[in-house]
Write a protein that binds this ligand. Structure first.
Ligand code: 0X9
Ligand code: ZN
Length: 417
């Protein structure tokens, strides 16, 4: 009896350790050839053990899913049974994550320390806060950094406000955040690049700051972000315990607008757990309060995620469109067109439900419907590596391309509002 319990405790802790390290996890690309095969994938995606990174609606675009070792045989058998084609794009996610972690920390220590921020490696949360504080010190007339709240693990959540220093208050605002989802590392890097451009390349971008201030939260889920650096590369949620066995809530299912109605899980272990109540997480409460404090002034809310090259707008909870969808679409189309003509990269533009999937409780729907910000857009940056892990050398090209799109959207906003 004792041996049996000890053995099951041991197996359970091995499984938990593997979950953290992703030892033996595989990532599959699956090409559904027809509607039936797509339907099989939709059915599989309701199994919370399968982590679907991408499940595009369009036929011809591959789905991508991460599967733990103990489920791989059954998973492959199911695909084989229906003759659905798949390829393994990562044979061992744990090994890849270890290698990439070592490469990234090596690059962080050896690369150019002459400039204030580097886009040659992914930054830790401390580095990011240090950069914000340095900017506030060096450009006191144009930059203020405020602690807007605390995370569950008591980290400071910070927002940087960037102005042109003309001393005028209560200007219109562009509100931007990134990193609601911990593993989407390119998103905070993109927000840092926006900050870098607006502050350190002010003269080239002063048109974006004439009648508008920018308020930016570059890492909206710092506990999760740090956890992906130290423990578990593919972590998505916050870090507050959600039940005896499971941690974290999906911040982008936790906002109180049609909360939990669709595309969100009630299971605390799921990656899309909606939380025990709406705004159960201090991180989402802080974003809520920031949005609401800017009602009337904020004309655009832009939230950076990855991946898939999408510019998404409300609604995420229904396939219906808001009355003013054409105004939002015009802004998003301007971003997509600017990127297309600069680099050739294609972004898909549309409502979340119609081009991606229905998921209620997102920050974009809340910003639009409750905080009354007339343009709310989720920008899904490009995939790198197996999706969430661009190579360090890809950061600069990705974030400078993203900036081209953001700048074009901001210019459109400035001309319209
Ligand atoms: O599912 C999400 O939260 C977003 N995609 S991600 O791959 N970054 O997780 C899309 C959110 C779109 N907005 C809403 N559904 N409200
Ligand atoms: Zn995301």
């Amino acid at each position: 009896m004792f041996i049996k319990i000890a053995l099951s405790v041991l197996l359970c802790s091995i499984a938990l350790a593997a979950a953290d390290t992703y030892e033996g996890y595989k990532i599959y690309d699956i090409n559904a050839k027809n509607a039936f095969e797509k339907e099989v994938l939709y059915q599989l995606s309701s199994n919370t053990e399968y982590d679907f990174f991408a499940l595009p609606k369009t036929l011809g675009e591959a789905a991508r899913v991460m599967v733990q070792p103990e489920d791989q045989v059954e998973f492959e058998n199911t695909l084989n049974k229906f003759t659905i084609d798949f390829t393994v794009v990562d044979e061992n996610v744990g090994q890849t994550a270890d290698l990439e972690r070592a490469q990234n920390s090596f690059l962080r220590t050896v690369l150019d320390t002459s400039s204030r921020v580097s886009f040659a490696s992914f930054q830790r949360y401390d580095d990011i806060l240090r950069y914000l504080d340095e900017l506030a010190q060096s450009y006191p007339s144009r930059v203020t950094v405020k602690t807007i709240g605390k995370t569950y693990e008591q980290r400071d959540l910070k927002a940087i406000t960037i102005s042109n220093g003309d001393g005028k208050s209560n200007k219109k605002v562009i509100l931007l955040d990134a990193g609601i989802h911990a593993r989407e590392w390119i998103a905070p890097a993109g927000a840092l690049y926006v900050i870098h451009q607006l502050v350190e390349n002010f003269s080239a971008n002063s048109n974006l700051l004439k009648d508008y201030d920018w308020v930016i939260v570059p890492v909206a889920n710092p506990d999760g972000y740090e956890y992906t650096h130290t423990n578990s590369r593919m972590w998505r949620k916050t870090r507050k315990p959600a039940s005896t066995n499971c941690y974290g809530t999906d911040g982008n299912r936790n906002f109180d607008f049609h909360w939990g109605e669709v595309g969100a899980s009630s299971l605390s272990c799921s990656d899309t757990f909606k939380g025990p109540t709406a705004f159960s997480e201090s991180e989402t409460k802080v974003l809520r309060d920031l949005m609401r404090s800017l009602t009337g002034r904020a004309k655009m809310y832009l939230t950076l995620h990855s991946y898939g090259n999408y510019l998404l707008y409300p609604w995420g909870y229904t396939s219906a469109l808001p009355d003013t969808w054409k105004d939002i679409d015009e802004v998003a189309q301007a971003g997509a067109a600017a990127i297309k003509s600069a680099t050739g990269t294609k972004y898909t533009v549309g409502s979340s439900t119609n081009v991606l999937y229905a998921a209620a409780g997102g920050s974009d729907d809340y910003a639009f419907a409750v905080a009354k910000i007339p343009v709310a857009i989720t920008m899904e940056l490009p995939a790198g590596g197996s999706g969430f892990d661009p190579k360090p050398a890809q950061i600069e090209p990705f974030v400078s391309e993203t900036w081209i799109g953001i700048k074009a959207m901001a210019e459109k906003i400035i001309s319209k509002y």
